[in-house]
Design a protein around this ligand. Structure first.
Ligand code: NAP
Length: 194
């Protein structure tokens, strides 16, 4: 599961749990993006802080794991490099699904080495309720593959968003119950997003 996780919240956790159940997965590996290739202007907490928040949020679930693969790799975090590394760890008989937000997947044709990415994994695109699916449908047509590569999964809890949480912190509005309590306390303790 890829994401900037800036910060991680219950929408991400419910997405992971739902993917485990709907796709009968063995585990979900959360991979916080180290240096997002497509973001320059947004306020992003340090990679180490985002990694630690992800560890705190997932600690109690025995099927959730967190990888430092993108945090520790130098340079921009390209998904292709991550998938190549994962493919060295997991043999061909293991199916890899890349879980992330639908809006991120819509941009996949602009990502580095898209054609190879599509040979290495399938995608689970998490959407918020009421999401307009037409752009994902046209993306699927553009990919022109006989095998299904992109699965859509609606997640009501994705009404929660990292952008909204950051705005709330700036405006000194409550963030309780939008993300795990341990993550809330970590944000306050470290003065993130003020
Ligand atoms: P983003 O553009 O910040 O997020 C797009 C939307 O998807 C937002 O609404 C976001 O909500 C949601 N989202 C993000 N991660 C999610 C997750 N794991 N589960 C459910 N919803 C999620 O996307 P991003 O986080 O920067 O990137 C997503 C993934 O795509 C990362 O792994 C990133 O490295 C990869 N990516 C790769 C390339 C490349 O290789 N060139 C380029 C772009 C992205 P929140 O804001 O609430 O999270």
């Amino acid at each position: 599961m890829g994401g900037t996780f800036n910060p991680i919240h219950y929408g991400h956790l419910v997405t992971a749990q739902e993917a485990l159940s709907q796709f009968n997965l063995d585990k979900v590996i959360f991979i916080p993006t180290g240096d997002p290739p497509h973001k320059t202007d947004e306020e992003i907490a340090s990679a180490e802080h985002r990694y630690l928040m992800t560890v705190i949020a997932t600690a109690s679930n025995s099927k959730f794991f967190v990888s430092r693969i993108e945090i520790d790799r130098k340079g921009k975090s390209y998904t292709i490099d991550t998938l190549r590394e994962l493919r060295k760890i997991y043999t061909e008989d293991v199916s890899l699904y890349f879980i992330t937000g639908a809006d991120a997947i819509l941009e996949i044709l602009t990502w580095k080495d898209t054609a190879e990415i599509l040979t290495l994994c399938k995608f689970i695109a998490a959407t918020r309720p009421g999401y307009d699916l037409s752009r994902l449908e046209s993306l699927k047509k553009k990919i022109l593959d006989t095998e299904d590569k992109i699965f859509v999964m609606e997640v009501p809890a994705l009404a929660i968003s990292s952008t909204d949480i950051r705005a709330r912190i700036k405006q000194q509005r409550p963030i309780d119950y939008l993300l795990p309590e341990g993550v809330c306390k970590f944000i306050l303790k470290n003065g993130l997003y003020r």
